[in-house]
Design a protein around this ligand. Sequence first.
Ligand code: NAD
Ligand code: MG
Length: 350
Amino acid sequence: MAATIWYENDADLAVFNGKKVAILGYGSQGHAHALNLRDSGVDVVVGLRPTSKSVEFAKEQGLEVKPVAEAVAEADVVMILLPDQYQAKVYNEEVAPNLKPGAALAFAHGFNIHYGYIKPSEDHPVFMVAPKGPGHIVRREYAAGRGVPVVVAVEQDPDGNTWPLCLAYAKALGALRAGAIKTTFTEETETDLFGEQNVLMGGINHLCDMGFDVLTEAGYQPEIAYFEVFHELKMLVDLANEGGLNKARWSCSDTAQYGDYTCKVINEETKERMKYQLKRIQDGSFAKEFMDDQAAGAPHFKELQEEYSHPHLETVGPKLRGMFSWNNGPAADADEAESFNGKIARTQVQ
Ligand code: NAD
Ligand code: MG
């Protein structure tokens, strides 16, 4: 079945006339949604805890900022852009008791609805606009006149108007300049978790670090290893994004291509392991493991963050990245620089 894809002409920003949108959270996605919607002419209020460092960032951008309960109370659409593990608590304590009758709830990831951590009453529309890119790119692309594609879904449609609202939101975010693909909360949640665990992060990150270890343990210079197993990846990914794996292969030598075709590092066993990961996502055991650890104060998560905070690649990474004059460092703007200081854990903002 071909996917349904919507573009600019499929949505009408007039849907927002007389409506107010509360964006809860001002992190990676929150700042991008609030600024893009505001610049598209939507009436936006940002909901944050008064103690949050982000209050000042948001105000500096000219946004209206209120405590979560107050922002929710005046909103017709509430987009929840808090970390997934805290959403249910904030929903139960501050969102649900203050939600206007018929106000819509929106998400950028299906996790809490799909796994049942948040259970909105049936009279509220529930939709998802999930950007297929990090928040900082969602903002950068919008500002450049382009957009990051999104996947969109409607979980509850009590008034029959949820799809036009969902698509108008995607349009205001700039996403329809690129396109919105129709999905469901279940499909988005399961495929998103699968992608980040097996390929985009868990797959690639471990592959690069392991490749670096194999070369340096064999006595090769770390600087050379860094280039060979990590730095060039971006250029190949750029080519693959432009024209698929064939374009990346086309640009490489026959020697490189032959090595690619005959390599057995990723094999049927890897596929079986991926299927196992998928099963744990589908049966909810990955979600439960993550949420239970978070509820206990995230001891295992913090241990892992610390353990992976010093990838061997980074022994030479900062020096080598500095050799590329067009690479202006780890952050493209002051806000990014403020929260990314070379460490995984975000300077929280809480
Ligand atoms: P984040 O960690 O960058 O930001 C979270 C924000 O919530 C911060 O401003 C923080 O101060 C605030 N916050 C935390 N606890 C709070 C509380 N109790 N009350 C009020 N505010 C609180 O989060 P994020 O990465 O932008 O993720 C937000 C949502 O977007 C998640 O559902 C995530 O799955 C989804 N998503 C994220 C990305 C991404 O690029 N990071 C991409 C697609 C979807
Ligand atoms: Mg994702």
